[in-house]
Design a protein around this ligand. Sequence first.
Ligand code: FEO
Ligand code: CA
Ligand code: CA
Ligand code: CA
Length: 676
Amino acid sequence: ETVITVSPAALNFNAVAKNLDDVVTVPAGYSVSVLTALGDPIIAGTSAYANDGTDTDFASRIGDHGDALHFFGLNAAGERDYSASARGILVQNHENITETYLHPNGPTNLSSGPRPAAEAIKEIECHGLSFVEVKDDGTGKWSYVQNSAFNRRVTPNTATTFKGPVAGTDYLKTKYSPSGTAGRGTINNCANGYAAWGTIMTCEENWAGYFKRPSSGPEEDTANRSDREQTALARYGVRSSTGNYAWSSATPTQDIFTRWDARAGTGAATDDYRNEPNQFGWVVEIDPYNPGTTPRKRTALGRFGHEGAWVGKLTPGKKVAVYMGDDSRREYLYKFVSATNWDAADANASNRLAVGDKYLDNGTLYVAKFNADGTGNWLPLVFGQVPNRPATGGFPEYVFESQADILVNPRLAADAVGATPMDRPEWTAVNPVSGEVYLTLTNNNASNRPLNGTDAANPRHYNDPKGSSNQYGNPNGHIIRLREAGDDGAATGFAWDIYLFGADSADADANVNISGLTADNDFSSPDGLWFSRDQNAAGQINPLLWIQTDDGALTDRTNCMMLAALPGHVGDGSNVTITNKDSTGATAQQTTIAGAAATAATLKRFLVGPKQCEITGVDSTPDGRTLFVGIQHPGENGTYDAPGSNWPQSQSGTASGRPRSAVVVVKRDSGGIVGL
Ligand code: FEO
Ligand code: CA
Ligand code: CA
Ligand code: CA
């Protein structure tokens, strides 16, 4: 493929100023319109969304808290066409809910129950994914098709199949599936990836909090759980006294509610709910082009707080790599490498999930170790090669018993092999031309990573007076990137550097703004990360990197945002010296590492969202002329009308009504490629 550097290699729009307005702001010469929003009916016969808390049937509507998204093209005849830019299936994750807006007067008995069944059903069905046909009417105006046969909701109640090494093992045997091969649903779907054979790979992130399993008292139920189970539950944070929304308390009782209580009981796993938490924390592959197929949970990719799963650059005859962050403070970066070499003919296979079986059910899971000299190692998490995890935090030594054990508990295995704990690994993105891998490290704080816990890859510890809980630590986050040895996704070694450090450009401490950010491109807490499709303009551009933010230490002066970047390559920055300070302000530590600087030509703010939103989820049509962006939870704090949000109504000047998560379409008025 021919890649021609755009000349001049600069971002061709005027930066959007930071702001606290209750609208989506885009550069001059661009326009924004709402494509889908929470509650929109996507199945024939479903009523229009009233948006007053009375709506039901969310398994037939767009869910809440839209997160990662992906556009799968359709040709005029409605057939799969990866290059189509006028019609397609938009797939979106629905990570979570703002429960206040889903009921007429907010949730009933939220803190400890009993929850009314009708409320719990609504909240459960607002999670999962939506698949909806979207089209351009021929003039650049996009809308969704309510009655399309491609439309589908996948929710926490949808039947799933387990595949790979853990399928059929004791870890997955439940009341629902005594054989351990079937599961129910997917939850807290955060970021994603897509496979070249035309499927979505959706990721289960903060699933642990949905389960009731107190970490003390009689309901902790230590008598009926092995030390191994208790160690794993603690390491994965299954410790809520009620579960996020107390669904297990819902009455009248149904199994779809009770399952959220991870009780051990006194009998076999098939008579209790102890293994329900093992149903979640996976990468789930779904075929958008065939809504009748059952989602497949790919256990070979491991179970953790999966943020995303981005496939590396594919090379025929080489193995397929998938890069995955585990988003919690001090968690790890993982890579899966297929056992099978890539055959480009598989991109057009008709049984897409069978192709997924070929590449995603057999392979090796690795975890990253970042060395101080700018090199790194992928450490294999393979039974027989992973030492026992030493006794830690009151839990005894953990002895791995099988590969399935390692794949259910990669966090324990990664601890044991000495992987590098990171400042909250969020999205991964792969430069489609060079194959370099980028990873957002959204932030960390002093209680999780104190001054003496810094390392070359997580080097910062400073005070941000606006940072509240992040005050000391790395309140603004950074973006790290790596290049595989030999540019081969199967490599066990890599080179890395730090691409960007988040900062408030107004911070008077020069040590904070290490990347030289200005008012036009400063940001905090990077999260969403995506390279534009290399098919843009028939491959005649270098891909842009899009960076999205989530909360962070700039929210006093701006809502969350999206920036565009021309990032260069691993190793093209210069050394920077970082001075870390202790809480007295005294210099306590200095490190010099390779890092890059941003310039006005290589990093610019493109979009600012409405109040209390996160910007997350981005894709474009293959021609690069239509950009889809996810606006997640405007008015998240639970109040609408000032000081809360009335978005998207406020986008067209109506400052009333409940806010809704939505996908917006961003177009350039000239019809040109977005951003260039
Ligand atoms: Fe769902 Fe880590 O963001
Ligand atoms: Ca995220
Ligand atoms: Ca985040
Ligand atoms: Ca969010």
